[in-house]
Unconditional design. Structure first.
Length: 281
């Protein structure tokens, strides 16, 4: 199925958590001079116009990144992420929001490379337009990122950050995430892998983090952020989560500092809450 368009949700609370953590991970990777590969299995359009019909329909960014940009008490750890958002926009305006590829691109150095997968033809065309002048540093594939990723693992530098961020518009995506990760770990066990998932009332969404913990892992981190209570009819996303395999040792402390602030700022009712757990030797 190719009906999902992330433009409807650009800049929402889930993007805030996902892209803040992504920026933290890339900045940690940049501490070493050795090059690395950034892979995005579901890259979307790369960048999103918030004044266009898709984004304006639900205006989810107004309860997401816009709330952060309006604050003057932003924790220092969030400022790199917000700087990327601000750099895309005129002063005092929020017209564009960077998807994962455009959050990563400003942080990649000359020696680093990016590989992007996007199956949706319209989003793939937009992705090509966004990175038209990127040259060989960026490779874009119109194919299934779940399997296409295997061609790039392990990378020559033995350093890679992989974002696995499917829409979960079909239930099989949950199972496919686990299958893909098992193959990734078989090929390249020391890579850093980030799995995003929606917080829903469905069994598949609830069970995914526990299933990920049961993979043969030495090091992992799980964070989730709810912004409201689950709806009585069970419909819709009340939060989101990330499962990070081989996270940097610095990430738990960073999240301990930022999550209480994010919970308060992004809360839509008194159901807002977060979970942070990790196993890092």
């Amino acid at each position: 199925m190719l009906s999902y368009r992330h433009a409807f949700h650009a800049g929402n609370h889930a993007d805030v958590l996902k892209h803040f953590v992504l920026v933290q991970l890339l900045e940690y990777f940049n501490r070493k001079d050795k090059p690395y590969l950034y892979i995005d299995t579901h890259a979307g359009a790369g960048c999103y116009g918030l004044e266009e019909a898709f984004a304006r329909k639900n205006a989810e960014f107004e309860d997401g990144v816009a709330r952060l940009l309006a604050r003057k008490d932003v924790p220092a750890e969030l400022k790199s992420y917000l700087r990327i958002v601000r750099d895309l926009n005129p002063p005092g305006r929020l017209r564009l929001y960077p998807g994962s590829p455009c959050c990563a691109a400003p942080l990649l150095r000359e020696q680093d490379r990016m590989r992007l997968f996007e199956l949706h033809p319209a989003d793939n065309r937009l992705l090509h337009q966004t990175f038209a002048e990127a040259g060989s540093k960026v490779m874009i594939k119109e194919e299934d990122g779940f399997t296409g990723i295997n061609a790039f693992l392990p990378p020559p530098s033995r350093r890679a950050l992989v974002l696995i961020d499917p829409p979960y518009e079909v239930k099989t995506d949950y199972r496919t995430v686990l299958t893909a990760l098992k193959e990734c770990l078989r090929r390249f066990a020391t890579g850093t892998y980030v799995v995003w998932y929606p917080r829903l009332t469905t069994m598949h969404a609830r069970e995914l983090p526990e299933k990920l913990k049961r993979l043969p892992l030495d090091s992992w981190l799980h964070v989730s952020l709810d912004v409201k209570k689950p709806s009585e009819d069970g419909f819709g996303m009340h939060g989101s989560g990330l499962f990070v395999i081989n996270p940097p040792w610095t990430l738990p402390e960073t999240l301990k500092t930022v999550l209480p602030w994010l919970k308060d700022v992004l809360a839509q009712d008194d159901g807002a809450d977060f979970v942070l757990e990790s196993q890092i030797p």
